[in-house]
Structures are given as C-alpha cells and as structure tokens.
Design a protein around this ligand. Structure first.
Ligand code: CMP
Length: 856
C-alpha cells in the first residue's frame, strides 16, 4: 500500500499541480487555494487499480505525476484500453456528474502521484463555480461518446468487430439506402435540414428508422464532431428502476406523474444534489452533456407538462435551469424529437399538436412505411446483411432471389426494425455464403402472455418434456408397437369375430390420434415410429440432401392430396374389413417415409408428404397448447440460436424451425428439443384457448388454408359411406370423393372474391382456417363410431347396429359449427362485410349438410 502523504505535500505544491490542469486554467489563485485545501494527495505504485468499473463514484482524481490507463472489460472478460491520461488530466468525474456507476476502470501505468477530491467537496465546488460544471460536462460528453463507440466494439468478438466498426460508423454517417421516390423525398429533407441548427421532429410508423435519420442529420451537420445523444422520454428501464426506488411501494397516480416529470426534467436538464427523491447525487442533463452537438428525444409526445414547458423555453431562448437549481444556464444543443405516427394518419403532426412544443413541429421529416416502398427492401436488406454478417463474423455475401421475393411480399408491420431483426436472425442460422428463403423468419409478433399459462413453469414437467433420452425411448418403443400391429394384421388373428389388427389400428389408434391433435397438438409426430426407423437407417449412412425445391413451393398441398387419397383408399378398398390390405398399406407408408427421411435432411416426409403429419399439423392449429419462444428474451440475450441449430452435444430442431418465428402449431412437433437446448428458458409451452391461433395468427399460411375446405369437403362422402348411402360402386364413390372437396374449395374461393380480387389471397389465408373447427368436428364425427365399435368389442358388449352413433355425431358436428362461427366472429373486425356474410352462409350450409348426414 503506498503511503498517503497527509501534509507531506505543501499547499503551494498542490496549487502548482492543480494549476497545471488545463481545466482549472480559468480559476483565480484564491479558488485554486481553496480547492488545494480540499484535495488529498496519494502515491500509487505502477499497475495499481485506482477505480473499478461498475463501482459507486466517491471521488474525482487529478494526475500530478505519472500516467494512467482507462480500460473496460467485455462480456468475455477481455480487457481493452480506451484511453491514456497523463499529468494535468483528471478522471472519475463521470460517475460523480451522472450518478451512474463507474464507466471504466483506471490503472496507473507507472508510479504516480494523484490528488483526489471527495464527492461531497466536488459537489460544493461545482455549486460555487457553475461555469466549471459546463467545462467538466464538455469533457465528459466527449469521453462518453468515445467510450460508447468503444464499448460497442467490445460487445462481440474483438477481432471480427475491429474491422466492422469503422465500416459501420462510416455507413451510418454517410448514407441511408433506397431508390424509391418516397425515399428520395426523405433524403432531400435531410439535406435541407442538416445545414442548420433549428429543432425538428422526425415522424415515422412503428419501427421506422427514425433514429438513423436523426443520426444522419447530426453527422452531416457542422456539429458532427460534437456529441450525439439519444434519450427515450417514454420511460424505459432506467425510469422503472428510479420509480421503484423513489416510490417505495406507494400507488398514488398523482405522485407517480410528479415523479415521472422530475425524472424527465432531470434526464434532459439535469438536477442539483438533493432535488430528486431517492438520490443524493447531482446529475447533468443531456442538454448540457451534448452542448454543441445534438440530442434526440425519442417519443417526444410523452413529455410531462412541466418538462414540456422547460423544453419550450430552451428551444426559444437556449436557456435552462436544472431541477432544484436556481442558476440559469445556457447551452447550444440541437434538439430532434421523434414521434410514432398513428397508423393511416395523413398528417401525424396534427395529432400531436398541444402535446409537444410547437417550435419542434415547424420542421418535419415524415418517414413512409416500408410497405409503401417495396423497391427499397432488397437494398436495405443487403445493408443489414453486411452489418450483421460482419458483427457475427460470417462470410455471407448474397441474398438469394427467393429470399428477396419472400421479403418483398411481406407486409412489414414493424418496418425497418423488423426487417433488421429478420436479417439478423437469418444471419444467425445461415451456414453458407448466401442467405436463403429458408433463413427468413417472418411475422414475429412480440410474445404476449395474455390468455396463456406456461406449463414449463412446473419444474418436473419441464424436466420430463426437455428430456431427449425419454423421448428417444418412447420413439424406440413405438417401432415394435407398430410392427406388432402390422404382424397381427398379417396373421389375420380375430377375436369375437373382429380382426385384432383392424381393431388396434382403425378402431383405437386412428380415432385416438384425432383426439390427441386437439388436446396435444402435433405431439404424436414426435414419437411417431417413422423416427425410430429413420434413426436406425441413419446408423448406416445419412441423407444430407436438402428438400427438393418443389416441396417448398407447394407446401402442404402434396401432403393434403395424400391425405385425401388415404381416406379414399381406406373406404374404397375396405381396409377396415381386410387386415391384409391394412398391413400392406402400413408397410408401404413406413418404407416410403423412412426412405424419404433417409435421403433428405430435415424430415421431408413429415413436412411435405405424410398424411398423418398433414392432419396432425393442420388440426394442431386448433390445439389447446402451443410452443412459442419469448422473442424479447431471444433478441436481447441469444446470439447462438441453439434452439434451431443445436450443437455437437444435442441436435437442433428436427423440423428446421426457428422457435422465435413460430406463429402457428402447424409445423411444430413439440418435441422439446428447443426447450432442452435454450440456455435462457425462452421457450414456453402454453395452455391457450383452443383455436386461438385462427384469429391471432397474423400471417396464416395460404396453401394450408386452401386445403381446409377440401378436408371439410371429404367429410360428406365419408359420412355417406358410413351410412352406406352410396350406390354405383367404386367409380361413383371416387367421383364423389373428387367432386365434394373441389366443390367446397370452389365455393370457398368464390366467397373470398367478395372482398375484391386483390384481397383474395389475404381473405383465403384468413378465412380458410375459420373452417377448421367444422372440418375437424366432421372428421372426429366420422371416427367416433369406430371408437365406439372398438370399445364395444373390447368390453364384449353386443355390436348392436354397426357404426350407429347418430347422437354423438350430431353433437360433435354441432359443437364444431358453433366453434367455427365463434372463430369467424373473432376474425371479423376490419374485414369486408360481404366476405363475412358469404363465408358465414357457406359455413352454415356446410354445417347443416353435415348435421343432416350425421343424424342419418
Ligand atoms: P468514471 O466513470 O467516474 O470512472 C472511470 C473514469 O474513466 C471515468 O469516470 C472517466 O473519467 C474516465 N474515462 C472513461 N472513458 C474515458 C475515455 N474514453 N477517455 C478518457 N477517460 C475516460
């Protein structure tokens, strides 16, 4: 420990040292003597840490002899020197002036002599010399700006970032990208306004690049060498922390409003020590800190009345005073406000009149929504690609045409911010040198817990759900189970006059599977025996071919076709009455599935071909459970995407899905792999209202939606077949099996036309799913009599009239119809009346038709 030199340093020496500090050059001898009296000397050995990053600030230090290194540590613990200070310099002022923890650590580079001034004495000194506060704040602002930039550099991997940051800064400083007329109008306004110092507002829709435009204005202006600061007046994390500390449990709205106003005033104009509840320290506001530069006040319409008044005065006179301060201070900081425009509002500034200082509204830049300048999307995406590829250290140089098409077709409700996060996620999961359509995950709505209960909060359940070994065991057990069913069918074994194979598969397994779709979503798929077989096959080699492109194009249409064919075959060839055919059919399914999954990666059979997969995926949209990621956790904490990619120790998502982009149960097998892989507990398994997805999914899949009326259509021939009302043999049945789904699909398409041609795809995507409850109920009604037959067989009850279950069938279809009507009602806000009436009529007609057949 170096010796403290209490009086060893004569007052004259202290004065001499202090007067060497540039910052005190304007102070008179008397003031210097006073300061010297308060300052304490201390000697340090080389390499000693004087200040630790993150500590509370208790003193300011002046360097009399020697030098110091200012350094910060990044997340990985690596150290990086951000500044070197020498004799005549000072440090430790930031924490004292801002009230924040120490921004960096400071270490002596050799033996050094420092003079330190206690925080309390420093406060008194500043109060007596307000002009010094401004000098300190100028230096502080420069250091903050430099430190911010450097700190950003530390966040990721050092080497990769070094190159990037300089590029990124230049990028940010010199250009916005776009070609459209709307974009050029923005460029022109920026050009016009960047020369001056007048205040202005930038108005844009949610997620628009308002901050980038403000940044550009600053860096193109003569102020570019001075500080640029962004402050959110909406009250973020900092406000919440302050509120919690200052309010101390009280819940008085007026009190809260007062606190919020104090908080805003202090953020923008600063406060004197003791003026803010819950904090003793004084603080400089951003107007002072950014003197000579620019501040951006985000959400400037959220100004409390008192802070609005102060800002108004500042904008008119360039004068202000701190909260609790008496002295009038001056600064020359340019103020840019930003506002989020209400959707569809032509003149957004009108809406905000009275809520923000009028002088801000005199100059305005309006940013158009991304959807109105689709031609810009590709170039903006390229810029983000460049930025995030560099940030993540990847060599991705291109975006494929298909990916660009996907981006251009999307509606971008979250504008530039949404586009950037889509590209950032794409880069995260892309392993090659081109960003492909399969890397683009759209429609990420912020995760909301409303109407949801996360089952994974139950510890034992979570552990079982995320236990991949347990799932492997279940999958393994399913292979012999299915082989046993096939074997029993092959032997033709019969008990009490019924084939055991038929009973096991057609009377129990299939009807129970239908029930599982609605209760458990697509869970069956995760233990389907096909996995077991595929895994066995992969022991001898693995298929790494990507899925043929055509599958991507037709989506689930192929699987829907196979499903309809499957239903047709089982009735046309009387599988239930012929165990040999059942066995042959099951063997064919198993071999085809295992072969497809063996040759291609990412389970091509399950996603695009399997009738079970199609039914479970489509009906799972009605399920009472859903697996979703909390995307705010993912975007703020995750950089590895293990949920999707997996690592050496555990596989990634078997369906090639990114949980954060899930808006539907359709392709998620709820296998638990992502829950197992996610280190942040971001994945939820939520209970929800059955069918909630029909009205909550903002981007329903068009192809799947179109298959729903077809699936509803085939319920008619299925019920007729059960009722034995079809004459004319195989040809007539086949014809009916073709005609019914096509007729329903045709009528559905016509009903979608009532909203206008241009609206057809949107109407079809949304309304198709509204028919899902009725389609599901229809199929369940068809399965129910088989289940009943099986139950009677099992319990030895007499097989009264075969498949006679009119009562339960009517009940099931009736519930399906009401459920469909409810879904239609939830979907109705904002949709054309004509379309609603047409779909309402069609669904009612189909429902009544099914009720009639079910009752027969
Ligand atoms: P404080 O945050 O109180 O503690 C760490 C000190 O390091 C800080 O005050 C400044 O005095 C100093 N500091 C931080 N960033 C820089 C920088 N970029 N250049 C020089 N000094 C700095």
């Amino acid at each position: 420990m170096p010796p403290i030199l209490p009086d060893a340093l004569a007052a004259a020496d202290k004065i001499a040292y202090l007067s060497r500090a540039g910052i005190f050059s304007g102070l008179g001898q008397g003031d210097l003597a006073k300061l010297a009296d308060l300052a304490m000397p201390r000697e340090y050995a080389g390499g000693e840490v004087v200040i630790h990053q993150g500590d509370f600030g208790d003193a300011i230090y002046f360097i009399c002899r020697g030098g110091v290194d200012v350094f910060i540590r990044n997340r990985e613990g690596a150290e990086s020197v951000i500044g070197r200070l020498a004799e005549g310099d000072f440090f430790g002022e930031m924490a004292l002036l801002t009230g924040a923890p120490r921004s960096a650590s400071v270490r002596t580079s050799g033996d050094a002599l420092l003079l330190w001034l206690d925080k309390k004495d420093f406060d008194v000194f500043l109060r007596e010399h307000p002009e010094m506060a401004l000098l300190f704040s100028r230096i502080l602002a420069e250091r903050i700006t430099a430190a911010n930039r450097l700190h950003e550099r530390q966040i990721g991997r050092e080497e990769q970032l070094k190159k990037l940051l300089f590029q990124e800064e230049e990028e940010h400083l010199t250009r916005l990208v776009g070609r459209t007329k709307q974009f050029q109008a923005v460029e022109k306004r920026v050009e016009e306004l960047s020369g001056g110092a007048e205040p202005l507002v930038i108005v844009g829709p949610e997620g628009a690049a308002v901050e980038d435009v403000a940044r550009l204005l600053h860096f193109r202006s003569p102020r570019s060498g001075r500080p640029f600061m962004v402050v959110d007046l909406g009250g973020g994390e900092e406000w919440r922390t302050y509120r919690a500390r200052a309010r101390g449990g009280q819940k008085d709205a007026e009190e809260e409003a007062r606190l919020f106003e104090d908080y805003q005033v202090s953020t923008v104009f600063g406060h004197e020590g003791g003026a803010m509840r819950g904090t003793e320290a004084s603080r400089l506001g951003c107007i002072e800190l950014a003197d000579g530069g620019t501040i951006v006040l985000k959400n400037v319409d959220r100004l409390a009345p008192g802070s609005r008044e102060r800002l108004n005065i500042y904008l008119l006179e360039k004068k202000f005073y701190r909260l609790g301060g008496m002295g009038v201070l001056a600064a020359d900081t340019r103020v840019i406000g930003t506002l989020t425009a209400p959707e569809g509002e032509e003149n957004p500034a009108k809406v905000f009149r009275g809520r923000i200082p009028p002088i801000l509204l005199r100059n305005r830049i309006n940013l158009p929504p991304l959807s109105s300048r689709r031609r810009d999307i590709a170039v903006i995406a390229e810029t983000y690609l460049e930025k995030h590829a560099a940030l993540q250290g990847k060599e991705i140089k291109d975006i494929s045409h298909q990916a660009v098409n996907t981006l251009v077709r999307y509606s971008w409700p979250g504008n530039d911010r949404e586009l950037e996060s889509v590209i950032e996620r794409g880069v995260m999961v892309c392993e090659g040198d081109t960003l492909l359509a399969e890397h683009i995950f759209l429609g990420l709505t912020p995760y909301s817990e409303k109407g949801r209960a996360n089952l994974l909060r139950l510890g034992p359940f979570r552990r079982a759900f995320a236990n991949l070994r347990l799932r492997g065991l279940l999958q393994g057990a399913m292979v012999p189970a299915l082989l046993a069913i096939i074997a029993v069918n092959l032997t033709g074994l019969a008990v009490r006059g019924v084939s055991v194979g038929t009973a096991l598969f057609w009377y129990f397994m299939l009807p129970l599977l239908f029930l599982s779709f609605i209760l458990l979503g697509r869970v069956y798929c995760s233990i389907c025996p096909i996995h077991g077989l595929t895994r066995l096959l992969r022991l001898i080699g693995s298929g790494e071919r990507p899925a043929p492109k055509v599958f991507g194009r037709i989506g689930v249409a192929g699987a829907a076709f196979f499903t309809i064919a499957f239903f047709w075959m089982e009735d046309a060839f009387l599988f239930r009455e012929n165990p040999m055919r059942t066995a042959a059919f099951l063997i064919f399914l198993l071999v085809a599935a295992a072969a497809a999954n063996f040759v291609f990666k990412q389970e091509v059979w399950c996603r695009f071909m399997c009738p079970m997969g199609y039914m479970s995926g489509t009906f799972a949209c009605l399920a009472a459970v859903e697996l979703r990621a909390n995307n705010s956790v993912c975007s703020s904490q995750c950089k590895s995407a293990l949920c999707f990619k997996g690592d050496g120790a555990s596989p990634g998502c078997p369906m090639g899905l990114f949980p954060v982009s899930l808006t539907s149960n359709q392709n998620c097998k709820m296998c638990g792999t992502c829950v197992h892989n996610c280190p942040f507990n971001s994945i939820h398994l939520d209970l929800r209202w059955p069918g909630a997805e029909i009205w909550e999914n903002r981007e329903p899949a068009l192809v799947t939606a179109l298959t729903v009326p077809a699936m509803l259509g085939i319920v008619f021939p299925l019920l007729l077949h059960q009722n034995r009302h079809i004459g004319g043999g195989l040809a007539a049945y086949t014809l009916l099996f073709l005609a019914a789904p096509l007729a329903l699909l045709g009528l559905f398409s016509l009903a979608c036309l009532t909203g206008g041609r241009a609206e057809w795809p949107r109407q079809a995507a949304a309304f198709g799913f509204a028919y899902l409850p009725l389609a599901f109920a229809g199929h369940l009604a068809c399965q129910f009599p088989y289940l009943l037959t099986g139950w009677r067989w099992l319990t030895g009850a007499p097989q009264a009239a075969r498949y006679a279950a009119a009562g339960p069938r009517v009940l099931i279809v009736g519930v399906g119809l009401l459920w469909g009507a409810w879904a239609m009602r939830k979907l109705s806000p904002g949709r054309p009346r004509g379309a609603l009436s047409a779909h309402g009529a069609l669904m009612t007609a189909a429902g009544l038709g099914l009720l009639f057949l079910a009752a027969a």
